[in-house]
Design a protein. Structure first.
Length: 186
């Protein structure tokens, strides 16, 4: 089977809150626009970077996901998933750290192709799937230091993040995205 490995990029789990329970006063209008947007983040990043966009794969392994990820996805305590961590670069700077969990039970049939994404963006595949639906966001603030090597510069600031569960033909997939210090789309 596969050896259990933990990511070396994200050292602790954020405290996620339903976006409806998060105090709106804590978000600036610019932050809210990006955090709560329901469209494809990949498409938005490509647009604001004039196409200067690429995906850097940091980590992709089979493992048992974190507790809150398993709960969100309806997985058991011993269920395995494909965990993928990437940085989304715009204009040659890392703008977003993303962590995706794809339960083994979701990677069947036509979704089997998601096992071999390489450096292709998952977001593009999700938003072009006619059978995709998405749950409401959860939001968090995380210290940049909790992302370890995924933040190229040392920063003491807190970073905004969001995550949601996608359903592809009723098969769940979780995507979380943390907006890195270099993220400045305006």
């Amino acid at each position: 089977m596969y050896a259990f490995q933990t990511s070396r990029f994200h050292s602790q789990e954020p405290r996620w809150l339903d976006c409806k329970k998060f105090p709106r006063s804590a978000l600036s209008a610019a932050d809210a626009r990006w955090l709560l947007d329901t469209g494809s983040l990949t498409a938005h990043l490509r647009r604001v970077s004039d196409g200067h966009f690429h995906v850097e794969v940091l980590f992709q392994r089979w493992q048992i996901p974190r507790l809150s990820e398993r709960r969100l996805l309806g997985m058991g305590d011993r269920d395995w998933g494909l965990v993928r961590e990437v940085r989304l670069h715009c204009r040659n700077e890392p703008w977003v750290y993303a962590r995706s969990v794809l339960p083994a039970t979701s990677l069947v049939g036509r979704l089997d192709r998601l096992r071999t994404l390489d450096n292709r963006p998952l977001g593009h595949l999700l938003f072009t799937d006619p059978h995709m639906s998405r749950d409401r966001y959860e939001i968090c603030r995380v210290p940049a230091t909790s992302l370890g090597d995924s933040v190229s510069e040392r920063s003491e600031e807190s970073l905004w993040g969001r995550r949601s569960r996608f359903l592809l033909s009723e098969h769940p997939i979780m995507v979380s995205e943390i907006f890195l210090p270099a993220f400045r789309p305006w």
